[in-house]
Design a protein around this ligand. Structure first.
Ligand SMILES: Cc1cc2nc3c(=O)[nH]c(=O)nc-3n(C[C@H](O)[C@H](O)[C@H](O)COP(=O)(O)O)c2cc1C
Length: 367
């Protein structure tokens, strides 16, 4: 039996195989509300045979968005838009659904990537004042963020909690907190972006304090039988920045607090990062977290091949693999992987006739 197609429990979440669809911003929302693009995008991925579909970075406040076109979950309208999308998807797919809750911090208020992705200053249309642990911009010359004071921290934490409560009402199976890619929680973790002199800055213990407070508050607010996980950057890829040793301390603290899984990505904190991009380039980071904790670890980053994915799970480097660009390029990747390993995969009734003759047992018929 293929390791990739072995079921796994993450907390109370039963996963049919080890393939996770990574969160992917679509920059196609209006006032934080999902649109018909999200139904098309998430809808087709929900037919892919992966075990878990992760909804893109979803802003917990309007100013938490990376761009004006990000999805949000901060009020009735944004909640209703997700509800509509999920209602349609669930009619045709029983794939488990997670949502990534996010705050972009100093990397908020930017143009959408295909229009350049540059910062939009607060006095321009579609721009706003950003916030961060310290008033240090992401890029030199950018309009700086405002350092969050105590009431600001309380407001951000409360927004994560409110969004998690909305996610619970939406019947979402798991919440992933975005602690990676240089967004707000990562900005607290890294000594390069966090220069605070209060109890939230300085020592490692202080820098992990706010992300852990957010985790604890969300964990308490989300139903106990549903998973809350964290996505981390395992390193900033810059000397003197956040690194794998600090990541392990953070992961162990999360484990003791009931975190159901750690998703190990990397980078995003500073434009001066030097990333050795290549197949499985982030896997050593996932492997290090896996060795130091007992909770499921998700590996991600240029995992494209079936044997490559099988080896990651089979050798125990990680428990699950996540796909982003790979599954956009080939949305039936899990079907092809199942065929490659003579395994079985779920396909919608409407497509059962597409089963190739050489794989007569590929589709789980009758569910
Ligand atoms: C279009 C696109 C949107 C993305 N949006 C998010 C996001 O919302 N949250 C996040 O944590 N990572 C995001 N990422 C990063 C991916 O989740 C993933 O970590 C990265 O692309 C590496 O995996 P891959 O090599 O399979 O693409 C995005 C990537 C792409 C390509």
């Amino acid at each position: 039996m293929s390791a990739l197609f072995t079921p796994l429990r993450v907390g109370a979440l039963e996963l049919a195989n080890r393939i996770v669809i990574a969160p992917m911003c679509q920059y196609s929302a209006v006032n934080g509300c999902m649109t018909d693009w999200h139904l098309i995008h998430l809808g087709h991925l929900a037919l892919s045979g992966a075990a878990l579909l992760t909804i893109e970075a979803t802003a917990v406040l309007p100013e938490a968005r990376i761009t004006y076109a990000d999805v949000g979950l901060w009020n009735e309208a944004t909640e209703a838009a997700i509800a509509r999308t999920l209602e349609s998807i669930r009619r045709w797919s029983d794939m488990r659904v997670a949502i990534q809750l996010a705050h972009a911090g100093r990397k908020a208020s930017t143009e959408v990537p295909w229009k350049g992705g540059v910062q939009i200053p607060p006095d321009h249309a579609n721009g706003w004042q950003t916030v961060a642990p310290s008033a240090i911009p992401f890029r030199d010359g950018e309009h700086p963020p405002v350092a969050l004071d105590r009431s600001g921290l309380i407001r951000v934490r409360a927004a994560f909690v409110a969004a998690a409560q909305r996610a619970a009402r939406l019947g979402i199976d798991a919440v992933q907190l975005h602690g990676a890619h240089g967004y707000l929680l990562h900005q607290f973790l890294s000594p390069l972006s966090n220069r605070r002199d209060d109890e939230y800055g300085g020592s490692l213990e202080n820098r992990i304090r706010f992300p852990l407070e957010v985790f604890d508050a969300v964990r308490a607010a989300f139903p106990a039988d549903r998973a809350v996980t964290m996505r981390v950057s395992g390193t900033d890829w810059v000397d003197g920045g956040w690194d794998i040793d600090q990541t392990i301390v953070f992961a162990q603290a999360l484990e003791t607090r009931g975190c159901a899984a750690i998703h190990v990505s990397s980078g995003g904190l500073t434009p001066s990062q030097q990333i050795p991009v290549g197949p499985s380039y982030q896997l050593p980071l996932a492997r290090a977290v896996k060795r130091a904790t007992r909770i499921p670890v998700i590996a991600v980053g240029l995992i494209t091949g079936f044997e490559q994915a099988e080896a990651i799970v089979g050798t125990g480097d990680a428990d699950l693999i996540a796909l982003a660009r790979t599954i956009l390029y080939n949305p039936r990747w899990p079907w092809h992987a199942a065929a490659h390993f003579s395994e079985h995969v779920k396909a919608p009734d409407q497509y059962l006739r597409s089963q190739p003759r050489q794989y007569p047992d590929l589709f789980d018929i009758g569910h």
